[in-house]
Design a protein around this ligand. Structure first.
Ligand SMILES: *Cc1c(COP(=O)(O)O)cnc(C)c1O
Length: 373
């Protein structure tokens, strides 16, 4: 027993230092970090650009309330919506909080509280986002749940058409389900979402907490699809390791959240915003996005060639290795012993989510380790 709650199932490794894709534990053992703190460390550990941004801001102003103007939040919001169909941003501190805001905005804007979500989705662990999540294990013992989420099978066009009606205010999805197994939405499914949302006036919320901020080789994963979401939620990779979340929304939703309707003390904190701005300035460039796409193509090709027992799924540097025996946990533990940190996605998939600054040599090293398992 320890003073800490037992809610995480922690592995007994104490990481004390990181640089780029490498981390070291307290015994001096080196690992390649293909977890990135679960798709968080967009630019790797201790990136000099982010260290500098944080240091410089920390000497000026740590915190200011949202009672005051924030040109820094304005700039970050503008960078996030630039060249998209989205117009406005609101900052918070985590993925669950971003989805909570998305759900509140969708309810208030539509005047309806019925939301469709999907099996194997993950949206967070607050009351609303837990209810939205399509996995029973996260809900057990916490009822009664927030009403009303209807959870249907992912990529099931018939189930979607049956569930969508005029009572539904929003459909909420990840276009690539991260925690649930790196499941990619099919083109037909996306087309069906567009169809029913048009027919019944249903808002579309895309949860990009894991897929956003260049993780998949585009700024946002919805850009791979025909979706033009009304609301997008962000967190994980946005701060490159500094906690920050956000929602982005279309112009017509601006008046829905008036003064006093929603907010949070720390949302858009100056330290978080300074770091996130540096992340965005670095990764939202053609060259950077191109490099993620190239690294992804290289990794997929090497995996197909050298790890033929697995099937590789996903986009960009959100990749999944589907395990032949359906037991990812055993591989994750063995990889750790060999100096490679990876994370599960669902019971049967090994998730590879290295920093977007990973090198081909590091990909080679990781694959060589996976070959020995
Ligand atoms: C991690 C995650 C969340 C929850 O984010 P937290 O910061 O842990 O609250 C929500 N949605 C998706 C898709 C995620 O991957």
């Amino acid at each position: 027993m320890t003073v800490l709650f037992n809610n995480y199932g922690r592995r007994p490794v104490h990481l004390v230092k990181g640089q780029g894709t490498e981390v070291w534990d307290d015994t001096g053992k080196r690992y390649l970090d293909f977890t990135s703190g679960i798709a968080v460390l967009t630019l790797g550990h201790a990136n000099p650009l982010l260290v500098k941004a944080l240091q410089q801001q920390s000497e000026k102003l740590w915190h200011v309330s949202n009672l005051f103007a924030s040109p820094e939040q304005e700039k970050l919001g503008a960078s996030l919506v630039k060249d998209t169909h989205l117009a406005h941003a609101l900052f918070c501190n985590s993925g669950a909080e971003a989805n909570e805001a998305a759900i509140k905005l969708a309810r208030k804007h539509s005047g309806k509280h019925h939301i469709i979500t999907f099996e194997k989705s993950f949206h967070g662990r607050t009351y609303a986002t837990m209810a939205a999540t399509g996995q029973d294990k996260v809900k057990q013992g916490f009822g009664p749940l927030v009403d009303k989420f209807t959870t249907i099978p992912f990529n099931d066009v018939a189930a979607l058409k049956q569930a969508a009606d005029d009572t539904v205010g929003a459909i909420m999805l990840e276009v690539i389900q991260g925690e649930g197994g790196v499941n990619v939405a099919t083109e037909e499914f996306i087309a069906a979402i567009n169809e029913v949302s048009k027919e019944h006036g249903i808002l579309v919320i895309v949860d990009e907490v894991q897929t956003g901020i260049a993780r998949t080789g585009k700024r946002y994963a919805f850009e791979y699809t025909a979706l033009k979401p009304d609301i997008v939620s962000l967190a994980k990779g946005l701060g490159g390791g500094f906690p920050i979340g956000a929602i982005l929304a279309k112009a017509e939703m601006y008046d829905t959240l008036g003064p006093g309707s929603h907010g949070t003390t720390f949302g858009g904190n100056p330290l978080a915003v300074a770091v996130a701005q540096t992340v965005i300035d670095t990764v939202f460039t053609e060259t950077f996005l191109q490099s993620v796409a190239e690294l992804s193509a290289y990794a997929k090709q090497q995996i197909t060639e050298k790890l033929s027992q697995f099937t590789v799924v996903g986009e960009g540097l959100l990749l999944g290795l589907v395990c032949p025996n359906g037991d990812a946990a055993a591989y994750v533990a063995k990889a750790e012993q060999q100096g490679l940190l990876v994370v599960q996605a669902g019971p049967g998939v090994i998730r590879l989510v290295p920093p977007l600054t990973v090198t081909k040599e590091e990909i080679d090293e990781a694959i060589a380790i996976l070959q020995t398992l």
